[in-house]
Design a protein. Structure first.
Length: 97
């Protein structure tokens, strides 16, 4: 995630308060945020911060943790733990007290 922040300095030039670029398993999305006076006023007046979303790219198939290098390592760790559980349950290894 890249956050352009809610920079008042650029509100007059751009007409927006900021932007957020989001990349996740669904794809790439750009969100622009409308200006607001202050967080305190937004809370006091129960006003939402309005945002516009533009999908730049959708993934055909979601990228899951299991499809990453970390996912492969996690699968390996799970397999090793399952082998330990099997060995313990079948008396191949004993608990040291």
């Amino acid at each position: 995630m890249i956050d352009g922040g809610f920079a008042k300095a650029y509100q007059k030039e751009t007409g927006i308060s900021g932007y957020t670029l989001i990349y996740n398993s669904h794809g790439l999305v750009l969100v622009s945020h409308e200006p607001f006076e202050s967080t305190e006023k937004a809370i006091a007046e129960e006003k939402d911060i309005h945002s516009s979303t533009v999908a730049l790219q959708y993934s055909q198939a979601r990228i899951m943790v299991s499809n990453t290098d970390i996912g492969a390592e996690l699968k390996k760790n799970i397999s090793e733990l399952e082998k330990l559980v099997y060995a313990y349950r079948n008396g191949l290894i004993k608990e040291i007290k």
